[in-house]
Ligand binder design. Structure first.
Ligand code: SF4
Length: 670
């Protein structure tokens, strides 16, 4: 890694490397103050080797802040802020806060006050119409930015970042969609830039010429009628003239319909936005969004697409990513898989951020590092799914000797299932991480071994094991629907894992996550893959319209039936909208509030609960995706016979991967 881990500079700020932890909304402070949870979270990231940490967002006032953020609007916060700064400095990193004002994205139900914006245009995030800012109120907000910057300086932060992206207040002024003012703050692009530039100029004046200042900009709003990279370049040039030292280039607004952070976004996709800005300015540019490995970061810097690389979620997943990358141990990095289940989905539910792959994230203040157990044991884990392997990993770190018996020929369990649909292979990266981590820690995994109550009892009685953990997972449910001969009826798990093939006319029973995954897998069969698309585009072999058709027109007709209201209700908010859009693009027929009455030779007889009408949906294959039930027979047979036996993961109760991992971690550190 020749560039990524070499020393770097932003203005007069010297950094140990070119890796920036971009701001993340964590939801860890409920009273605006820095606390131990926040300090230990960032201390771990600083120790992990990142060069610069941007703390985000930090409220500059009480009308534009959000749930769970620290505040920079009062000097009484300075002692706590200093503790945070000291902790990060002790780890060798530099630290700046992001000055945050959400404008119309602020939720009045949380702030207790009406939100404000350049124009009274309802927010797509909150559904609320903000109050139009008067010129006097605009000056008050500029003064709040200034006050926050001075507090940051007094707290000995190494600089400040101002957010002018993501659809927050400054970007609302920049956009013709949300700024329809007739005064000097509205009109053409130059006028719309006025507010952002006044904020930057006022902050610069207050903090002095040398205090590092970064602005986070949208490389493209990805909102119809709003700014693109072209307008953003003009704004960035003006920011450079106003004394900004670096530009942190992200993607679009929160309300965009263009996915930016979901697993289906190829890593590094949005680097071109940073490169567009870099070509227009001479100050450093930070590229971010779905850059999740040191190798990708290095290639971006080598190609000259950006001057710094920003990562947030990858450092939530593994705080030691920089040190591991620097020491040539990238294969030991616990990968962020873009699932959003612990981070963004939690924030949408007003819960503190956690991480699917890293149960320690946000709990550093509780556990510190995993310590050695005083009572080292020989442990048998039955099942090498994600819960079994995570338990084995953590228990091994505690000093226990762990053996896993796995019935099938490979490890991973539900992770392999989750990774089956197109563009979901990141789940396998996590599976691979767990397998490697177990191997390195000396966990022995025996494959193709069927555990029975007798074999387990015998092994315990022979002294091979002192403790048994059952992690046997779950199996799919078969419903009690009348099924007549003639239609192929399959389980979704078998289809996802490629063990069974469907016909051309498929009805999927069950519209939860597994049903949606199966529908997308089948709907995409026969469509263009990315290599073919690129080839055809380069050769100009087809029209754009035909290429679009070929991308979305598969070979199968798919219907999803769901008894309740809504499809994909168990998918997290950050991902669900994009999967539903994908179903629509691929013309999957989604019918909620439809109960299956019978599967017979012509297809599926259903009843709609809206009007109680019945109809037959033709099908040559019916795929069942109606849930799973625990594989707990071993536990039930042994719980009274063994003193030290426990059950974890789906074997205890079917659950999300995140819950299975976190529970396994907690069991492992006991
Ligand atoms: Fe990445 Fe998922 Fe963890 Fe979020 S919860 S940091 S997306 S692995």
């Amino acid at each position: 890694m020749s560039i990524l881990f070499s020393p770097a500079q932003i203005g007069k700020l010297e950094l140990r490397n070119h890796l920036v932890m971009t701001p993340m909304h964590l939801g860890y402070s409920l009273n605006g103050e820095v606390n131990d949870q926040l300090i230990e979270f960032y201390r771990a990231r600083a120790r992990g080797g990142v060069g610069l940490i941007i703390i985000g967002g930090c409220g500059i006032d009480r009308i534009g802040n959000a749930f769970g953020m620290i505040q920079l609007d009062d000097e009484r916060y300075i002692p706590g802020l200093r503790q945070l700064v000291d902790a990060v400095h002790a780890g060798g990193a530099k630290i700046v806060p992001q000055l945050y004002q959400a404008g119309r994205y602020a939720h009045p139900a949380l702030t207790g006050k009406p939100s404000v914006a350049p124009s009274p245009i309802a927010s797509k995030l909150t559904g609320q119409t903000p109050e139009e800012l008067t010129e006097e109120k605009i000056q008050e907000i500029i003064a709040s930015f200034v006050k926050a910057a001075i507090i940051a300086q007094k707290a000995e932060f190494d600089g400040v970042e101002i957010i002018a992206s993501a659809g927050y207040l400054i970007s609302q002024f920049l956009s013709p969609v949300t700024n329809q003012r007739k005064d000097r703050y509205g009109g053409d692009l130059e006028a719309r830039m006025t507010f952002g530039l006044e904020v930057v100029e006022a902050v610069r004046k207050a903090v002095g010429p040398d205090y590092p200042m970064i602005v986070r900009v949208a490389g493209n709003d990805f909102v119809p009628g709003s700014n693109t990279n072209s307008e953003s370049r003009a704004f960035c040039q003006a920011l450079e003239k106003a004394g900004v030292n670096a530009l942190n280039v992200t993607g679009g607004w929160h309300e965009t319909q263009v996915p930016q952070l979901t697993m289906n976004v190829p890593p590094g996709t949005y680097t071109y936005l940073a490169y567009g800005i870099k070509q227009a300015v001479s100050i450093p540019v930070i590229a971010c969004n779905r850059i999740n490995s040191p190798e990708l970061a290095e290639s971006i810097l080598e190609e000259g697409l950006a001057d710094f690389v920003g990562m947030a979620r990858p450092l939530l997943a593994d705080p030691d990513l920089p040190n591991k990358g620097k020491s040539g141990q990238s294969d030991r990095i616990r990968p962020c898989i873009g699932c959003n289940q612990g981070c963004l989905d939690n924030i949408f539910r007003l819960k503190p951020v956690s991480c699917l792959v890293n149960a320690e994230a946000g709990r550093e203040f509780e556990h510190g590092s995993i310590g050695q157990s005083v009572d080292r044991q020989q442990i048998l884990v039955v099942g090498a799914g994600c819960a079994g392997m995570e338990f084995a990993r953590v228990a091994s770190l505690r000093g226990h000797k762990v053996t896993i018996w796995e019935e099938s020929g490979e490890a991973g369990g539900q992770l392999a299932l989750a990774a089956a649909p197109p563009e979901r292979q990141d789940f396998l990266y996590f599976r691979n991480y767990l397998v490697n981590a177990c191997r390195e820690l000396g966990v022995t995994i025996h494959y193709n071994i069927k555990a029975t109550p007798e074999t387990i009892l015998s092994a315990v009685q022979n002294g091979e094991f002192e403790r048994v953990v059952i992690a046997t997972g779950a199996r799919p449910i078969t419903p009690s629907i009348k099924i007549t001969e003639g239609v192929k009826v399959l389980q979704a798990w078998d289809v996802l894992l490629g063990r069974e093939k469907t016909g051309r006319n498929v009805v999927i029973v069950g519209g939860g996550a597994v049903g949606v995954d199966t529908a997308l897998l089948l709907a995409k069969a026969g469509t263009l893959n990315s290599d073919t698309l690129r080839f055809l585009m380069e050769q100009q072999a087809e029209t754009d319209q035909e290429l679009h058709q070929l991308l979305t027109r598969g070979t199968k007709k798919i219907t999803v039936l769901e008894m309740a209201k809504g499809i994909g209700r168990d998918i997290g908010a950050s991902t669900r909208w994009s999967m539903l859009a994908d179903l629509k693009r691929h013309k999957v027929n989604c019918l909620d509030k439809h109960t299956v009455l019978e599967i017979h030779p012509d297809g599926v007889l259903v009843e709609c609960s809206n009007d109680n009408t019945q109809k037959v949906i033709p099908a040559d294959t019916v795929v069942l995706a109606i849930g799973s039930r625990s594989e707990n027979e071993l536990y039930n047979a042994l719980q009274d016979k063994l003193e030290k036996i426990s059950i974890i993961g789906d074997a205890a109760k079917p659950r999300k991967v995140l819950d299975a991992i976190h529970e396994a971690y907690s069991e492992g550190i006991k």
